[in-house]
Design a protein around this ligand. Sequence first.
Ligand code: NAD
Ligand code: ZN
Length: 362
Amino acid sequence: MNTLTVNLNERSYPIHIGQDLLGDPALLSPHIHGTQVLVVSNETVAPLYLEQTLAALTDYQCATVVLPDGEKYKTLETVNLIFDALLQHRFDRQCTLIALGGGVVGDITGFAAASYQRGVNFIQIPTTLLAQVDSSVGGKTGVNHPLGKNMIGAFHQPQCVLIDIHTLNTLDDKQLSAGLAEVIKYGLIQDQEFFVWLEANMHKLLQRDPVALSYAIEHSCQCKASIVAADEKEAGQRALLNLGHTFGHAIEAGMGYGTWLHGEAIGTGMLMAADLSHRQHRLSQSELERTQALLEAARLPTKIPTEMYSERFLELMAVDKKVQAGVIRLVLLDHIGASYVSDDYDPQLLRDTLDAFHHAAH
Ligand SMILES: NC(=O)c1ccc[n+]([C@@H]2O[C@H](COP(=O)([O-])OP(=O)(O)OC[C@H]3O[C@@H](n4cnc5c(N)ncnc54)[C@H](O)[C@@H]3O)[C@@H](O)[C@H]2O)c1
Ligand SMILES: [Zn+2]
């Protein structure tokens, strides 16, 4: 097992990464302060891992909530199911919530923990690659509103993140690839060496080689942890984590949420950001090609849907949260491993990127 720390002064917390950590009481108990624990999972993950998780919690008064599975249940109504359970069991302010599942369960449970009795402790046990390398670390929690994704939320850091790599064995291939998009993102935004490592080891990650997976997850968490420690509330540097996301969110929204997985849309979105960076004479042609090749090696899509016309993209990108004073802010690349936030790119070049991807889609 390896342990990293997210350094946030009195709110610092460990990320434990290893195999078969789920049933280990010694990893959870230091982070549970009261006697009451609510484990929140969903109908897919609970049959696989709930029993093992509860086996580590025999010293506590435990309750469980099993949510329906899917992004479409990431709503305030679902948060209310958690409040119902907490109140029915008379859970007090010392209670601990444990999120056992992917990013959807983690975001909902974290938000419930942020608001129950104005904030109680919570622990993340992420079970998708995306949740292990991204959503479980950093304290962003929340749910969707019919008018916008992740529009209702709070910053609430967990007490601990427990990553059991073993849980990835039951994840389907598409979800694994979607998680790899966020892994590649860390290489692109700030770590050229890691990008090179990914180029050499992508086949091992797809085969779920535990040594390769551990390395990639640790490295990704380290990258996210250092960015979050430097800029918890996204005043600056944390925005770099949005590479590809303004393009990707437009694909997700344009196609209807759930049609494209988030990671798939972000993969294509990062290639679009790389393309624009190249047109801006920052990223070289060969770096652009390497970016495309690595995304393809991860079995991620690199073409946009044919129905995504440039106008539609611009319209959807303009409603993204990252818009300030009417200008779409984008994360662009100087090189592989060096990124920056820009709102003074040439708008014609953005059009050219969108048009080029639209042509290539046919
Ligand atoms: N808070 C953040 O900083 C942050 C960052 C990125 C993404 N997110 C959010 O995360 C969500 C996406 O997370 P996700 O990709 O994990 O999706 P998800 O939670 O929907 O999980 C994907 C699917 O895999 C299933 N699953 C989970 N673990 C499994 C396992 N071990 N074996 C088999 N099946 C398993 C789930 O039940 C689900 O059907 C989005 O809502 C997104 O907004 C949040
Ligand atoms: Zn993302």
